[in-house]
Ligand binder design. Structure first.
Ligand SMILES: CCCCCCCC/C=C\CCCCCCCC(=O)SCCNC(=O)CCNC(=O)[C@H](O)C(C)(C)COP(=O)(O)OP(=O)(O)OC[C@H]1O[C@@H](n2cnc3c(N)ncnc32)[C@H](O)[C@@H]1OP(=O)(O)O
Length: 194
């Protein structure tokens, strides 16, 4: 059984998403938005190490291979980890809008069990935008990019300013991020008017 709650139906005044003119070209790897990110960071030993690429329009593709550290039941991926992979893929759509946005709501369907060692082929797309609200959807397939859908999600992301992180993040990580010119450059890449 699957379905989307009314909270994820775009309002009547929602508009189609617009790919930012400076968005990465289709096929270009998006890189990590933060090295310690559980989803995409290269410096996070038990993270997902999800690798995302820009697609056409306001879409991305990504791949993630389930590791032994990601188990829930013996030999099977934990559902929360799969939800994280969907969340991360949906989050990387911000590179195409050049908007910083965080997950407000994430609704997930788990359709097939996903064994350790499986590569999940993810695709995500922004479907509508209404002010700060960004509506999006994602699938994760197994066996190949055209294989059966194992997990899917619908989401609402909410646009935020960089102060969302600097005001709420733990001070030691925020200080380290602000002292890292590469991190500051990556944060700016999300902002239309940095
Ligand atoms: C140099 C240093 C800095 C480094 C920076 C690094 C670069 C970063 C770049 C990119 C980061 C991308 C990260 C991707 C990671 C993957 C994605 C995640 O996992 S993100 C983590 C999980 N999410 C949260 O932790 C959000 C926690 N929640 C909040 O902070 C607030 O609730 C927030 C921002 C979501 C909304 O709060 P409000 O006060 O700003 O705005 P309100 O008025 O409440 O909501 C705005 C509209 O959205 C609707 N809304 C909000 N939440 C909703 C919900 N759950 N369901 C339905 N509608 C919702 C509201 O009804 C409202 O709609 P109406 O304008 O009135 O029509």
């Amino acid at each position: 059984m699957s379905g989307t709650s009314p909270a994820l139906q775009p309002p009547a005044d929602a508009v189609k998403p617009v790919r930012h003119p400076d968005a990465p070209a289709p096929g270009e790897p998006l890189g990590a938005h933060y090295g310690q990110c559980f989803g995409c960071g290269g410096d996070q030993p038990h993270g997902l190490h999800l690798v995302a690429r820009a697609g056409d329009g306001v879409t991305v593709t990504a791949e993630f291979t389930v590791q032994p550290a990601h188990q829930g039941a013996p030999g099977l991926a934990h559902g929360g980890v799969l939800a994280s992979a969907l969340d991360e893929t949906l989050g990387s759509l911000g590179w195409l809008l050049r908007t910083i946005a965080v997950t407000g709501r994430l609704e997930t369907d788990f359709l097939l069990p996903v064994p350790v060692g499986t590569t999940l082929y993810l695709e995500a797309e922004v479907t509508a935008v209404a002010g700060r609200k960004i509506y999006s959807t994602a699938t994760g397939r197994v066996g190949g990019p055209d294989g059966p859908v194992a997990v899917r999600a619908d989401a609402l992301f909410v646009e935020v300013k960089v102060e969302h992180f600097t005001d709420h993040g733990r001070p030691e990580e925020i200080r380290a991020a602000l002292d890292d010119p590469d991190q500051v450059r990556r944060a700016r890449a999300f902002e239309v008017n940095p």
